[in-house]
Design a protein around this ligand. Structure first.
Ligand SMILES: O=C(O)CCC(=O)C(=O)O
Ligand SMILES: [Fe+2]
Length: 228
């Protein structure tokens, strides 16, 4: 069996009702937002919002990412350190600029701010990538014991491209045949679950290798409950 399907088929889903609820809250919010464009794909809810950050805000965040960069950590290291080779870092949530942007993301999605994880910056230089993965947690993995008490399952992901990339670095939803090129200031938002609250295997996605240039993104993941 495709090992990627195993969690989908067999893992317990204690947050199913909460995933369904936040799915609906954000879906309604985005449907009412003329700036949010839904990608015409079957099988997952993915939206793009242009000019979510202005060029100066992007530059300011790029500097914050550079100042905080350290090798990415992963929940599961089984795949080896080449799995996610970008640099990532938590940013200072006390910084008023970071606060403002986090609030703007919360507001756009209509998500309870307390459900949001700290925004993370990521930098990929040429050759670096984030191989195909799902943002939701596999509830049969060891790390789940920690995550279940830290806000539970991940629901929506918001990711903002801080720059254009010369070549490569697309975000590919590999099961959907969707490849999204980085575009400065664009925010991608997707539901990691199906409308019924089941983690959605079809949200499998990769940050493809950067071929030329450097790629900067910030990511904010939302849980189903208060993140702690
Ligand atoms: O860099 C990308 O395009 C994808 C990043 C990603 O998947 C993540 O941060 O969860
Ligand atoms: Fe991801």
């Amino acid at each position: 069996m495709d090992p990627a399907l195993e969690p989908y088929n067999n893992a317990p889903n204690p947050d199913k009702q909460a995933l369904k609820r936040v799915g609906q809250i954000v879906r309604r919010r985005l449907a009412a937002d003329p700036g949010a464009q839904k990608f015409p794909v079957e099988g997952a809810e993915i939206y793009g919002i242009s000019d979510f950050l202005g060029p100066e805000e992007c530059d300011r965040f790029i500097k914050i990412v550079d100042d905080n960069a350290r090798p990415s950590t992963l929940y599961e290291h089984g795949q080896g350190s080449e799995f996610r080779t970008s640099y990532s870092g938590d940013v200072d949530r006390g910084d008023p600029f970071v606060k403002m942007i986090e609030r703007r993301i919360d507001d756009c999605l209509g998500m309870t701010p307390a459900f949001g994880e700290a925004v993370q910056g990521q930098r990929y230089t040429a050759g670096q990538e984030f191989r195909a993965h799902n943002d939701w947690f596999w509830t049969k993995a060891k790390y789940w014991d920690g995550e279940v008490v830290r806000g539970g399952q991940r629901s929506w992901t918001a990711m903002i491209y801080l720059n254009d990339v010369e070549e490569g670095g697309t975000t590919d939803f590999v099961r959907l045949g969707l490849s999204i090129p980085p575009q400065r200031g664009v925010m991608l938002v997707w539901n990691n679950a199906l409308p019924d609250g089941t983690p959605n295997i079809d949200t499998l996605h990769a940050g493809m290798p950067v071929i030329r240039g450097v790629k900067y993104v910030i990511t904010k993941w939302y849980r189903t409950r208060r993140w702690a």
